[in-house]
Design a protein around this ligand. Structure first.
Ligand code: 1QQ
Length: 391
């Protein structure tokens, strides 16, 4: 349960005063800056001081397939909001280079040096499990846009996500694949060295049990592996109706290509990392028939989606993906939270981000509850001729 800052801060201050202690807010500068609190509310809110928003994405190395799109989507969202007026946002972008260590350093810089009001990111759940402990203890709201593993919003009162949980995506994609393909028995393959892929593997097994689908082969590998001959030989022998794969693109590309070369023709159902045109492009012909659940579709008739796709494509010279769409949405969700009390201090953002109800976004109606968890519909897509289409 989150306390409204007024209550929490007042209680804390009263307790400190009662003991004669001096009340200092040094560790949480942006929460004590009166210039970040403006006048008016909602669309009429005006804040004089520039609101600094930190962003930590993987712009290089393994997760750059998603991070580069996220950077673009977030930047475009805040540019639109700046043009609308009333509040001026400055995005301070950091690259965590797909490394936990760099992600921690980036969070530290944004929290202490830049004194941002909130942080968007990081790209991978694998980093979030470490960086979010720092955001939480510093009292800085962090909003994940692709952190889909189980247990993330539960990390603290300042931790939120606008990233469709993998549990929700798989609970949509596996039953949809079962219905479309008549699945009775499947093979499960997963990366057991990454937080997101191992968390998803647990969900996959739960959903398969619920759906009465038998697991005839279960194989693991590690994020940096490139040779999957042993695992795929077992899969081939088990003759599954489909392969459920929980992996990041680095392993997915060689694994799927090797599976096809070995003669495994079973359809492949993947996780969140499959929602990427970069992955589909790298897989070439082996992408045909991939099924994935996700947060966004280019084909969805959601509010503003067609305009978002047109503007993004014109601005960046390529079409957006799900990761861009989620980051773009995050800009608007933060703006909603800030405008609610016309206050861009950390405490106000923390209080209001968990009160968003059915915000009409390009992802469809989206809510964030007081525990920091998102609610939105999942879409299930299949790749045909190198493009995502609704299943
Ligand atoms: C996570 C994910 C990744 C696939 C995002 C790029 O969903 O780490 O949670």
């Amino acid at each position: 349960m989150r306390l409204k800052s007024t209550t929490g801060a007042a209680l804390a201050a009263a307790a400190l005063l009662a003991t004669g202690a001096c009340v200092s807010d040094d560790t949480n500068q942006a929460s004590s800056d009166s210039a970040l609190s403006g006048s008016g509310t909602g669309a009429d809110c005006t804040i004089d001081e520039t609101v600094k928003i930190g962003a930590v994405f993987s712009l290089t190395e393994a997760a750059a397939f998603a991070g580069t799109y996220q950077q673009e989507g977030l930047a475009m969202g805040f540019e639109e909001l700046n043009a609308a007026g009333g509040i001026t946002y400055e995005v301070i972008q950091e690259d965590d280079k797909t490394s936990v260590e760099d992600s921690v350093a980036a969070f530290g810089k944004l929290i202490d040096r830049d004194e941002v009001s909130a942080i968007v990111g990081p790209t991978l759940s694998n980093m979030a499990f470490t960086t979010y402990t720092d955001a939480e203890s510093a009292g800085v709201p962090a909003l994940g846009v692709s952190t889909t593993a189980e247990g993330i919003p539960e990390m603290g009162d300042y931790i939120f996500r606008a990233s469709l949980p993998e549990e929700v995506a798989l609970a949509a994609s596996i039953p949809a694949a079962k219905e479309a393909l008549g699945l009775a028995k499947v093979a499960v393959l997963y990366d057991n060295a990454d937080e997101f892929t191992t968390s998803a593997a647990n969900t996959i097994k739960d959903v398969l049990t619920d759906e009465g689908i038998e697991i005839v082969a279960e194989e693991t590998f590690e994020t940096a592996d490139t040779d999957f001959a042993a695992q795929l030989t077992s899969v081939l022998e088990a003759e599954p109706d489909a392969v459920i794969l929980s992996a990041l693109p680095g392993a997915t590309v060689p694994l799927v290509k090797q599976a096809r070369n070995l003669g495994i023709e079973a359809p492949i159902v993947g996780g969140n990392a499959f929602n990427s045109p970069v992955l589909v492009g790298a897989l070439e012909d082996a992408s045909e028939g991939l099924i994935v659940g996700g947060a966004w579709s280019a084909a969805a008739d959601t509010t503003g989606n067609a305009e978002f796709i047109a503007n993004y494509t014109e601005k960046y010279g390529r079409a957006p993906d799900q990761f861009a769409a989620q980051a773009y949405t995050a800009a608007y969700l933060l703006d909603q939270a800030i405008r609610a009390d016309c206050d861009a201090n950390r405490e106000a953002i923390k209080d209001n981000l968990g009160q968003i109800l059915e915000y009409d976004s390009i992802l469809g109606p989206i809510s964030i509850d007081e525990n920091g968890e998102v609610t939105q519909e999942a879409v299930v897509q299949i790749v045909h001729d190198g493009a995502f289409t609704l299943l």
